[in-house]
Design a protein around this ligand. Sequence first.
Ligand code: ZN
Length: 124
Amino acid sequence: MKKRTIPIYNLDVWFTNDEADCRAFLKRHGAEENLTDNAKGVWITFKGRDDHGYWVLAVYDGDIGTVVHESVHAAWGVLDTCSVKTDVDNDEARAFLAAWFTKMVLKLFPAEPRGPRLVEGAEK
Ligand SMILES: [Zn+2]
């Protein structure tokens, strides 16, 4: 698990690309019931038994689609947590966050074989 702080919102988020690592983290904080089986990744917010709030983004399959999928969930989650209202005519904050999460996952887990396989399935 790697912790990074979102700029502007000053919120700590834990990242991982390892499902066992994620399960152990949630178990340690008394929140493992939040995980489902056979997920490609997950965005989770929960209150731990230490009474702190936790934000976790995990991508297990290294697929860029999963990275974007979980990043969009995360952008919604952060804005909800911070009570920031956006709509279709005012969505730069949401777009900024989705990009920040996407870039952070690519930065933290860039290497094969576990990192995002950006060129897999590329048109020849
Ligand atoms: Zn989803």
